[in-house]
Design a protein around this ligand. Structure first.
Ligand SMILES: C=CCO[C@@H]1O[C@H](CO)[C@@H](O[C@@H]2O[C@H](CO)[C@H](O)[C@H](OCc3cn(-c4n[nH]c(N)n4)nn3)[C@H]2O)[C@H](O)[C@H]1NC(C)=O
Length: 135
């Protein structure tokens, strides 16, 4: 399993609010993930840019996780990331969907679990977190 990165629990992020993660993608990154939800087993969104891992090259894979079981993967067309880049990722949600804003591109993913708040944030993989901000 990927090494443990930053984990934040006891959050209470409401619809319309934003979780901002600033950091640096490692220069030899294979992939990283930003995970938000209730806890590590119940994720509203697993946002997983893959440079070269699990058989994917330069592909953003999104998924949800319910009580430890992955949902259907959603592979995105855009891949606005480069190894070594500094990135700022903003995640917000409402009853219908989760939005992931990065410069130039906004990804959308259905709020499959109908979650009403984000209590958990975990950043995993080849990503060095510099700052997190809740607004
Ligand atoms: C073609 C063979 C069967 O399909 C493959 O099955 C793999 C195993 O499920 C898929 O990889 C997993 O995809 C998951 C998202 O759907 C995750 O990215 C998983 O990454 C490791 C991981 C992260 N996490 C995790 N992060 N945060 C939390 N709470 N858990 N748990 N396991 C990956 O190991 C992989 O994406 C999938 N590939 C395709 C093309 O479907």
């Amino acid at each position: 399993h990927v090494s443990k990165g930053l984990v934040v629990t006891q959050l209470d992020v409401q619809p319309g609010e934003c979780v901002k993660v600033k950091g640096k993608i490692l220069s030899d990154a294979k992939g990283f993930s930003v995970n938000v939800g209730k806890d590590s087993s119940t994720l509203m969104l697993h946002f997983n840019p893959r440079f070269d891992c699990h058989g994917d090259v330069n592909t953003v894979v999104c998924n949800s996780k319910e009580d430890g079981t992955w949902g259907e993967e959603d592979r995105k067309a855009d891949f606005p990331f480069q190894q070594g880049d500094k990135v700022e990722i903003c995640i917000s949600f409402d009853a219908a969907e989760v939005k992931v804003k990065v410069p130039e591109v906004e990804f959308e993913f259905p709020n499959r679990l109908g979650m009403e708040k984000i209590q958990y944030l975990a950043v995993e993989g080849d990503f060095k977190v510099k700052a997190i901000k809740f607004s």
